[in-house]
Unconditional design. Structure first.
Lengths: 86, 383
């Protein structure tokens, strides 16, 4: 499936804005992303598996914080940065 | 460049800011300064430190407003950088469910342990690498100590940006003898290679706690151990300036000898590299609502040359009126003779004295909020 990458994380994707990743849950997709783009996951998910406070993940148009949310090949995952300071 | 060879290259300063990092390089006279950077523009760089053991490895403690904490590493003095393969982090499945908010402090390890570094975090975790900063492990003897949650006041985080671990000081005689500071929490000591820890706070004041002599819960802002007299410790605390000469276990408030109108509140304290009796501080206003700016808007460094018995004001060249704040990692010294003294302000200025504080000049301005200023002694003929 397609995963949209926000600018703060594109240093991990060779500046690609959209990459492909697979998995049956959001957590799987992030693990697959990290497999191909090492280091990306820890910048957005903490060591206890929680999405960091200023990061957001959308499956299609729905914001999710539960990383066990199921996804399918036709879904699109969008990682976004929330508003955070100046 | 060697430590005492001002005729060749001058000192190099590493400046970490809220928006990136810069390097300031001096000529041999320490009068002309050149700025390199920014590195990591927009990243929060809490600490940027050169490994004094190899003279070429730089570690940067980094995060952003959105992204989690990490460590970047350069092995060629900043020409190229790579992220740590395994950055500092608490253990997955940690029973206290801790996650690291920021890497706050970096300390190169003992001279006999090349590649070893310690990192202090927020919350107050301790992390260690043995491969020069590429892969990090939690120091279980500290992070999983049965008293950790009590000492660290977990899960409360009592300082504005979260409580942090800082000032990892290693006894040059014994790599297994360490001190560290928690803001808040206090000073702690290990004599068993990070496996055993005990508070070391007797004599220091906690004006913000109801108890007069608590064993822990203090707020040391900056702890220093003198490399030539490792039994001598100094600290700039939230509540005063202190000295301790081991094996004595009680802090003496040498800040009581500061002028009353100036007080002894501040963040950094720096020790003369060759004279354990000489130390510099940057006093800030701790009255009323604690502005933590230069008292009365008159910035000055104060120096003691008798281990805190007396203090001398050093403000020649500094603005007559300015409201400066200098954070705990933002003051440093070089090892020239006379010693150079440097500090960076939260308003983005770097000030330097090449005569041990007698006269000051501004060597950088208009930088972002400065979090750290560290001396670097690069290997080779040029920085």
């Amino acid at each position: 499936m397609k995963v949209r990458i926000p600018t703060p994380l594109r240093s991990y994707t060779d500046q690609a804005a959209v990459v492909e990743a697979g998995g049956s849950t959001v957590a799987d997709v992030l693990a697959d992303l990290d497999e191909h783009h090492p280091g990306l996951r820890f910048r957005m998910v903490d060591e206890q598996g929680r999405l960091r406070p200023h990061m957001k993940v959308f499956v299609n148009a729905d914001a999710v914080r539960d990383l066990t949310t199921p996804v399918g090949p036709a879904d699109e995952v969008t990682i976004m940065q929330a508003l955070s300071g100046g | 460049m060697t430590e005492n060879d001002p005729g060749r290259d001058g000192p190099v300063l590493l400046v970490g800011t809220r928006k990136g990092a810069w390097m300031l390089t001096a000529d041999g006279q320490r009068s002309a300064w050149q700025s390199t950077g920014p590195w990591f523009l927009g990243h929060i760089i809490q600490h940027l430190v050169l490994d004094p053991r190899d003279g070429c490895t730089l570690l940067a403690a980094a995060s952003t407003g959105h992204l989690g904490p990490t460590v970047f590493r350069s092995q060629d003095l900043g020409q190229t950088w790579a992220e740590a393969t395994r950055p500092p982090a608490f253990a997955a499945g940690d029973p206290l469910e801790r996650s690291l908010k920021s890497v706050f402090w970096l300390s190169p390890g003992h001279e006999r342990e090349p590649g070893v570094w310690y990192a202090g975090g927020s919350p107050q975790g301790l992390f260690r690498t043995e491969d020069g900063g590429d892969t990090w492990e939690p120091v279980t003897g500290w992070n999983d100590h049965p008293q950790w949650a009590t000492w660290a006041e977990w899960p409360e985080q009592n300082t504005p940006d979260g409580s942090m671990l800082h000032s990892v000081c290693i006894d040059p005689r014994d790599p297994d003898h360490l001190y560290l500071g928690l803001s808040s929490g206090g000073v702690f000591e290990s004599t068993g290679g990070t496996t055993d820890w005990a508070p070391l706070n007797a004599g220091s004041v906690t004006a913000f706690l109801p108890e007069t002599e608590p064993e822990f819960g203090h707020d040391p802002h900056c702890l220093r151990l003198h490399p030539l007299r490792p039994d001598r410790l100094y600290q700039q605390n939230h509540c005063g300036i202190y000295r301790m000469d081991r094996p004595e276990g009680r802090w003496v408030r040498i800040g009581d000898n500061m002028p009353a109108a100036v007080g002894d509140i501040g963040f950094p304290i720096e020790l003369h590299p060759r004279d354990p009796d000489t130390a510099w501080v940057f006093p800030m206003d701790g009255t009323d609502v604690w502005p933590r700016t230069s008292p009365d808007g008159r910035p000055a460094v104060y120096v003691t040359r008798d281990a805190g018995e007396s203090w001398t004001r050093q403000d020649a060249g500094l603005p007559e009126q300015a409201w400066m704040t200098v954070k705990r990692q933002a003051m440093t010294l070089d090892a020239h003779d006379p010693v150079g003294v440097y500090f960076g302000t939260t308003s983005g200025e770097v000030w330097a004295s090449r005569d041990e504080g007698a006269r000051w000049s501004q060597i950088a301005a208009h930088l972002p909020e400065i979090y750290s200023v560290e001396l670097a002694l690069p290997a080779g003929p040029s920085a």
